[in-house]
Design a protein around this ligand. Sequence first.
Ligand code: ADP
Ligand code: MG
Length: 700
Amino acid sequence: MSRNLLDTPIEYLKGVGPQRGDLLKKELGIFTYRDLLHLYPNRYIDRTKYYRINELSGTSSEVQIVGKIIHLKIVEQKRGKRLVATFTDGTGEIELVWFQGFKWIKDNLKINEPYVAYGKVNSFNFTYSIPHPELELLEEHKKSLSVAMQPVYPSTEKLGTKISNKAMNKLMTQLVTETYALYNDTLSDHLKSRLNLLSMQEALVNIHFPKSTELLEKAQFRLKFEEFFYIQMQLLIKNIARKSKIKGFQFNVVGEFFNTFYSNHLPFPLTGAQKRVIKEIRNDMGQPAQMNRLLQGDVGSGKTIVAFLSCLIALDNGFQACIVAPTEILATQHFIGISEFAEPLGLNIKLLTGSTKTAERRVIHEELENGELQILIGTHALFEDKVIFKNLGLAIIDEQHRFGVEQRSKLWTKNTLPPHVLVMTATPIPRTLAMSLYGDLEVSVIDELPPGRKPIQTLHYFEGKRLAVWHFIKTEIAKGRQVYIVYPLIEESETLDYKNLMEGYEGISRDFPLPEYSVSIVHGQMTPSEKEVEMDRFAKGETNIMVATTVIEVGVNVPNASVMIIESAERFGLSQLHQLRGRVGRGAEQSYCILMTGDKLSNDSKIRMETMCRTNDGFEISEVDLKLRGPGDIMGKQQSGTLPLKIADLVKDQDILHYARHQAVELLKQDPSLENPDNQKIKQKLEALNSKSTIWNYIS
Ligand code: ADP
Ligand code: MG
């Protein structure tokens, strides 16, 4: 596209000007002609359909009615003035209401002339009203009725009062008329004809002014395809570049440590998924390029042994490895688990956390630098400048459910070449998201639990059933089991949380009295060592019940605990519920998760409860979560918000995503460096995208 005209600041478009221009910038981030051109309609209204007033119901949303204004009055109320017009079409009456700018409206409205009123219907006490309707004289409306489908553009409350949808349509007409000759294509002729895609020009014109439903669908497909296609192209090209650039240690030895452990010391047969994932990792590290792989596996899927085997590959090649965990408890658990695995191999493994004593630290620093220390496990203490490895070959980051990006880069700088990186997460990322963010090539998935686990049974109870739940707890405790009771944490109000938790705790202590029962409590206002003491008592079986806020979400391992009660479960998100549930089901016994909620549940809450009761599969849960919350909330704004998707929807358009990915893979197979003349348009667009570096900011 010709740069100049489409890069014109938006205020220069006829009908915009400085004031509206400012609003467009502030409210919708539209700075240039190009930005406005890519403001796609949310939906389209059928402007050939007219409602009768006696047809209106509480569920009519946006309607178009032909009628006359028979009466106009200004109503004064405490909350301010409003202008009310009585509008009739012979079948009934409705009110048209304005809260703002109505002096001008009042002076210009014509009584008893046929108008077309358009807007969203409110119903109140059996009267219908349309606040801030769009009004057009019937005669003019007939003249302007060129399109059957009128686009409705995204707007905001502020913007809507200054630029109505009708005005936006006018701006768009102006823009498209001025610029449509400049919409050059961004896909090759080959691709367009083979996939039967509209040209960019046809697509853009029809997305704003659809000539038919069929053309609209084709325009939508073309533009969605385009968005996914270019993300996939960028990801694929980046992967090819990484693989060809020789910038990682090549671990081509599978040696003594790995083989000895694998043949003689595996504590259990690996699951098929574990074997597959280890193969993927081995293969990656065997290339002369840096591995940057995400390992996803539900809680309890057995990621630790995979991590350990990966470390052994590094060791076999003469390198060191490290494992970083988000909390001290988790780091310690890894240290204990890995040390157990490593026992028969006689490896030098050490733990470094914030509470490591100075003397021990000194030993660690020394052994790290002279290479005696083979595996270092710890918290973010590992990122301190004093921690210098002799030759770090593999860094494993156990993130549980955070996607921290910044700290990772620090480890790079300690080597001439970057170490291979394996990031482990227990929160499954929906496949579609993973595909758009990582291109799918660098994600390993453990989608199979070790055999013999009894699936956790999940039940949802309303508050009224509390007695039955308490009774159930008592029978479980009588069998020797232990119970978690978790309260939600509201970040805005720590004191309120504390109060809820304490009230809960007091109630529980009353219902489960000493000496028959003993109850632990852990909350955010305790010091780490106080928490540890309480956790420890529970872990040792000295207490029957652990009352806690979500601090226990991450990394507690008490196999004898078989019941997880989640209070006010409607206030937790799906992934959090799933994480909490993962605290039980770690022993041989049947485990239960009980979701307690109030009687009134929002639709979303109902779906969350049903989903939890229906499935234990973290991937399935993550897909539902994605549908409920959208990608922004799941990945964090910083990661998904920058996905350049203006029209495509990760949830609804999965088929197009897969299709676009397939096409991108095929294209790069045939023409890896895009030399074919027909592919020059694609190459140019990629170069333009790269120069903006929209997508690389958040990957790796
Ligand atoms: P996570 O993926 O949550 O880190 P862990 O690695 O802690 O899971 O494994 C959970 C439990 O399952 C551990 O007790 C571990 O020893 C056990 N485990 C892992 N893999 C297997 C397997 N293939 N067969 C039997 N038990 C296994
Ligand atoms: Mg783990």
